[in-house]
Write a protein that binds this ligand. Structure first.
Ligand code: 5GP
Length: 114
């Protein structure tokens, strides 16, 4: 099967500013930042979207969230706060079919989203 965009970034076939990496996840700056800090954290082994995760994905999903918080803290967002976003499917605006969690911060983020 062909690689997803984020697998290509993980394989260094497409450049990105990587901010964190371990065996299970990769975090890198979004190419089109929607906030002063906008990082995507993805599982290295692709899951298309959270709605297609299966029970054996439990460990990687938990790890992804823990690392998202750690990356946010490393990027200086712990005190001011930040938002984690996972878009699932067309109505949510999902554009890349490889599960990714947006880490957004560095400015006030209004709620609810548009
Ligand atoms: P979605 O809309 O699927 O939740 O988010 C996909 C995100 O991937 C968007 O914020 C978009 O800017 C980002 N993105 C798309 N292509 C690339 C790329 O080639 N490199 C990086 N770093 N981010 C990308």
């Amino acid at each position: 099967m062909s690689k997803t965009l984020f697998e290509k970034i993980s394989a260094r076939e497409i450049p990105a500013k990587i901010v964190y990496e371990d065996d299970l996840v990769l975090a890198f700056e979004d190419i089109k930042p929607a906030a002063p800090v906008h990082v995507l954290i993805v599982p290295k082994r692709p899951i298309p979207r959270v709605g297609e995760a299966i029970p054996s994905d439990l460990q990687v999903l938990g790890h992804l969230l823990l690392k998202a918080a750690e990356v946010a803290a490393t990027l200086g967002l712990k005190e001011t706060g930040y938002r984690l976003v996972i878009n699932n499917g067309p109505n949510a605006g999902e554009t890349v079919p490889h599960l990714h969690c947006h880490i957004l911060g560095g400015r006030h983020l209004s709620w609810p989203p548009g």
